[in-house]
Design a protein around this ligand. Structure first.
Ligand code: PHE
Length: 486
């Protein structure tokens, strides 16, 4: 049997005493309430339970329009004009123009004329003073409390913006057969707890109290309020997952050098990704000085493998190319610098940050996007650890099915591509691997480093079910309003 709230119990008890229609006023009186909202919500609840029937009837009503509201506050125009003339019996038209607004005097005189005032030799003449007084009084009363049944309705309907005829909806309630049968013993009001407060939990009363049940299947309206953009909300969620997994966050500049963005990562200087179509090189700063010793180390590694067993890329390494300014093309540029500064300290670090690539904009590409980057450096770090960390991350994001495939990056060995299953399809979300000795050795790193970098927008497309990445960055208020809370 339905559990009723106290107001529902009280209202149903009242309705059981008389089985015909009840108006709102009847209910307020019988239940001893003065808040209409309580009655309306109890009525709504009882009709959801099938215990009462809600009957809606509508009736024409009248409300004041803009001019009507002004009249209610300052007086009707004819009344103000009439008082003025009574007080200044010798007033002329020009006195009127001085004391009233331009747009008031003309229509005002028109109104008075229709009430029987005439103008003779510039003065106002009237014989039926009492009648005019009376008519103006009636109109004033109407404005003070407008009613659809007042015959002045037709007069005011002919005047601009004084009144508006509206449809008013009235609700009445009538008990149903189920309501009549509802056992009175279940209509006794009880102490119910609707809010769980800290005071409540500190006391003992809750142990014997009844908790108010909520029906979570009932329709509710969607509150529209300000909140984070879905991208920001997603970033916050990713952040909290990595923090929860024991990572610390790294935030760094997006203006970088080719040296850190590429050379440190053993990307050969003649690699196609270095060319203008992929990377935004900067005019200002076009070049940023790098540490001479570091450049020398990178030169050695690139040309012949340095102190590693690698034979390097061969050719001539250019320190000028290394010092060119650019907008970072991946966040790995920041994790590698973090490692260079802390080569001996085991760490777990992540970043969610913006990167730039010379891409033309389409359904799946943007020149400015975000990566979710991370590293684990510690003795014994290995591929299994890398894969299980990524799996854990995606599982916490709600994607338990993750697989990795062999891939190639110049800076990792082995290298992986990470894929997530979404709606039956495997989607590639990013790359990962273990940094090569050509990367770690010049920086003095001796422990293995697991690293990964993934596209945030790609993930956002999955989470938000998008097939066009551009949707994330247009200000589509309707779409934004309807996004899930992440
Ligand atoms: N930096 C790579 C990219 O931008 C991703 C990656 C990061 C791969 C770290 C391996 C290791 O796609």
């Amino acid at each position: 049997m339905a559990e009723l709230t106290n107001p529902e119990r009280r209202m149903l008890r009242a309705l059981q005493t008389r089985h015909d229609e009840w108006t709102l006023d009847d209910i307020l009186e019988a239940c001893d309430w003065n808040d209409q909202a309580i009655a309306a919500s109890a009525g709504h609840g009882l009709s959801n339970h099938g215990l009462v029937k809600t009957i809606k009837t509508s009736k024409k009503g009248v409300i004041l329009g803009d001019e009507g509201l002004k009249a209610a506050e300052f007086g009707l125009l004819e009344k103000r004009l009439w008082e003025f003339i009574k007080q200044n019996p010798s007033a002329t038209m020009s006195d009127i123009s001085k004391s009233f607004e331009r747009n008031e005097s003309g229509p005002g005189i028109g109104l008075l004329k229709r009430l029987g005032v005439t103008i003779s030799e510039g003065r106002f003449v009237f014989e039926n003073r009492a009648e005019i007084d009376e008519e103006i009084e009636l109109r004033t009363k109407f404005i003070e409390s407008p009613s659809i049944d007042n015959p002045l309705i037709s007069h005011f309907s002919g005047r601009k913006n004084l009144i508006e005829i509206v449809e008013e909806v009235y609700t009445k309630w009538k008990i149903t057969r189920e309501g009549i049968k509802f056992p009175p013993k279940d209509l006794v009001e009880i102490t119910q707890i609707a809010d769980i407060t800290s005071e409540l939990l500190q006391g003992e009363d809750w142990k014997s109290a009844q908790f108010r049940p909520y029906d979570v299947t009932l329709e509710a309206s969607m509150p529209t309020s300000g909140r984070s953009h879905p991208m920001q909300a997603l970033i916050e969620r990713i952040r909290s997952i990595f923090l929860e997994m024991g990572f610390s966050e790294l935030v760094d500049n997006y203006v970088q050098t080719a040296g850190w963005n590429m050379d440190a990562l053993f990307i050969p200087q003649d690699h196609p990704a270095r060319e203008m179509q992929d990377t935004f090189y900067l005019d200002n700063p076009s070049s940023i000085n790098l540490d001479k010793k570091l450049l020398e180390k990178w030169k050695n590694v690139h040309e012949h493998g340095g102190n590693t067993e690698s034979s390097g890329w061969g050719g001539n390494f250019s320190k000028d190319i290394s010092q060119r300014g650019l907008l970072r093309t991946h966040t790995t540029v920041n994790t590698i610098q973090y490692l260079a500064e802390n080569p001996k300290k085991p760490c777990r670090v992540f970043a969610v940050d913006r990167v730039f690539r010379k891409e033309s904009i389409d359904r799946t590409h943007l020149p400015e996007f975000h990566q979710i980057e991370g590293i684990i450096m510690e003795p014994g770090a290995n591929l299994a650890m890398l894969v299980s960390t990524l799996k854990t991350f995606y599982e916490k994001m709600g994607y338990p099915e993750v697989r990795v495939r062999p891939a190639y990056f110049p800076y990792t060995e082995p290298s992986l591509e990470v894929e997530v299953k979404w709606q039956g399809k495997w989607l590639e979300l990013g790359g990962a691997g273990i940094f090569r000795p050509e990367v770690t050795e010049p920086l003095g790193i001796s422990d293995p480093v697991c690293a990964w970098g993934m596209g945030l927008e790609r993930l956002a497309m999955l989470v938000l079910g998008l097939d066009d990445i551009r949707q994330l960055y247009i200000s589509d208020i309707e779409w934004l309003k309807n996004q899930p809370i992440l």
